[in-house]
Design a protein around this ligand. Sequence first.
Ligand code: LIP
Length: 261
Amino acid sequence: MPALDLATRLSAAETLARDAGARARAFQSDGVTAVLKADSSLVTEADGAVEAFLRDSLGAAFPDDGFLGEETGGAVEGPTWIIDPIDGTSNFAAGRPFWCVSIGLYVDGAPALGVVFDPLRDELFHGLGLARPMLNGVQLPPIAPRRLGPGVCVGFGVQERGPGRPALALLGGLADAGASVRNLGSGALTLTYVAAGRIDGYFENGVKLWDAAGALALIRGAGLPYVSVFDLANPGAPAPVLAAAPGLFDEIAARRDAQQA
Ligand code: LIP
């Protein structure tokens, strides 16, 4: 079996991510209406249209690859494109300028390439294998180790609605230790910022695979420690994700493990 041509796939994903971002912005300038999905997250007509565009385009270019998307589902079987057409839909719908198009490709159960495009800042991030990720064609700098304390910034997402809210308890501890904490409203873009060294860590207990797939390729390429506990046979199931600068990762993981003990 010939090796998968990742370079061709990366180039296609970059072109499509830019096109998808332009399409999403066109919807936004016309005005978007958000409705609640069964899982209480928001969706707009732009999410469905952009995902259909990506699904059709990737399917035409790479008919043997699998496809999984936030809005239309799918399965992880063989090399699979994993798409979030608009990550940060609530921000997108309300006009808060922090959302992105996320395209990942999983090969052998791991993130092999990822493209995350922020159309509002014209920032296109990509990761390919173990190579250091790039922003608009320029390699991002290496990430230095960090220690928990003042000056450290940790991003998070919170989906839990049950009692206890363990993520919030963990956050409280990080804030008590001097870190500043941020929920920016797009897990994909905040994880990408970890790979870019703009924020030091990210965690969320209830991430969906399509939220994280693209950005995890960047995290992997940056050589950062991360855990993602996805069940690829059940890709719509929410799972924990933690990624952070070396050193800080161990401190957050130890606190989370102590909390779960
Ligand atoms: C969501 C983000 C949210 C994060 C969720 C998910 P969606 O994406 O808006 O910040 O906590 O895990 O990433 O539903 O807008 O594509």
